[in-house]
Design a binder for this molecule. Structure first.
Ligand code: ASP
Length: 320
């Protein structure tokens, strides 16, 4: 290599989301500012890992832990409530290098479900643990637990009341009501690290007023989360039942591999095409092996943020 050519550092990138479904009427200037601030803190926490040459898996986990610890997002503390007024959480993580994945679903009390998902991947031969078995495993792994009150915020109590009142007003069975029009806050992160590995992770409390035991797409590998080295890493958010039926996260990778289309084309075709056609609302974040990113959504807004090794950074909510 001639002396004048400086070996470029491989590109590395982190993209995070804080949920699709938000509309302007859901946000006051204060709540929008507070959420943007947490998004930036989560982005920086993960990006710092990538910058020092750390693994993408550690980066996505660091971002998600920050968002789970904040009461402003629907994951960990601040999760939405089931019809019974409790918090049941889902999370998953996937390592694009090894193809391994871990997830937990319907868990209560685990302070950071994403840590439990990571340990399922690393310490068990399984991919997905649910409910009591997942909680028992998390205790064995010495993860932190919190009482139910830690997770339940006033904002989510009011949200549940609104949704249940709406159901009564429309004479709907209580479990048929939801707040699909103004959802907030599932969180996710995808990364391309300096070694060229792709990782993805997602964490959520699910949907307001969900049936006790309902599991969405977020802990389902291939639906809410997927990563494969050389292809892409994806984390979804939206009406989970549709993402499960369409295997959205894996479909992005499949389109890229079999149709040889770009990340942007693959993600747009799904979010604005297939998903929309099926009546599903939501969005996703994705990064490919070259560091290209995509963050399409078919809802009014989606909290999202990204930072690249070229120094660019942005936090966005609506089309901006
Ligand atoms: N996809 C999540 C679920 O259905 C919810 C969301 O992303 O807002 O559980």
């Amino acid at each position: 290599m001639p002396a004048s050519v400086i070996a470029a550092e491989p590109p590395f990138t982190l993209v995070i989301h804080g949920g699709a479904g938000v509309s302007r009427k859901d946000l006051t200037p204060e709540t929008e500012a507070a959420r943007r601030k947490v998004m930036e803190a989560a982005l920086r926490a993960g990006f710092a890992v990538l910058e020092r040459g750390g693994a993408g898996l550690d980066a996505v986990q660091a971002s998600i832990v920050t968002l789970e610890d904040s009461p402003h997002f629907n994951a960990g503390r601040g999760s939405v409530l089931t019809a019974q007024g409790e918090v049941e959480m889902d999370a998953s993580i996937m390592d694009g290098a090894s193809g391994k994945a871990g997830a937990v679903a319907g868990v209560r009390g685990i302070k950071n479900p994403i840590r439990a998902a990571r340990l399922v991947m690393e310490k068990t031969p399984h991919v997905l643990l649910i409910g009591g078995g997942a909680e028992e495993f998390a205790r064995e792994q010495k993860l932190d637990f919190e009482p139910m009150e830690y997770f339940i915020t006033q904002e989510q109590k009011e949200r549940l009341e609104r949704v249940q009142k709406k159901a009564r007003g429309q004479a709907l069975a209580p479990q048929l009501a939801d707040d699909f029009g103004s959802r907030i806050g599932t969180v996710g992160a995808v990364a391309l690290d300096k070694a060229g590995h792709l990782s993805a992770a997602t964490s959520t409390g699910g949907l307001t007023n969900k049936h006790h035991g309902r599991v969405g797409d977020s802990p389902i590998i291939g639906a809410g989360t997927f990563a494969q080295d050389g292809v892409c890493a994806v984390s979804c958010t939206g009406h989970g039942e549709f993402f499960i039926r369409l295997a959205v996260a894996h479909d992005v990778a499949a389109r890229m591999k079999y149709q040889h289309v770009t990340l942007a084309a693959a993600t747009d075709a799904i979010i604005h095409g297939e998903l929309k056609k099926a009546g599903g609302d939501g969005g996703l974040i994705a990064v490919d092996s070259k560091g290209n990113i995509a963050a399409p959504f078919n809802t009014p807004g989606m909290f999202r943020a990204w930072m690249k090794s070229d120094g660019t950074m942005q936090v966005a909510v609506f089309a901006e």
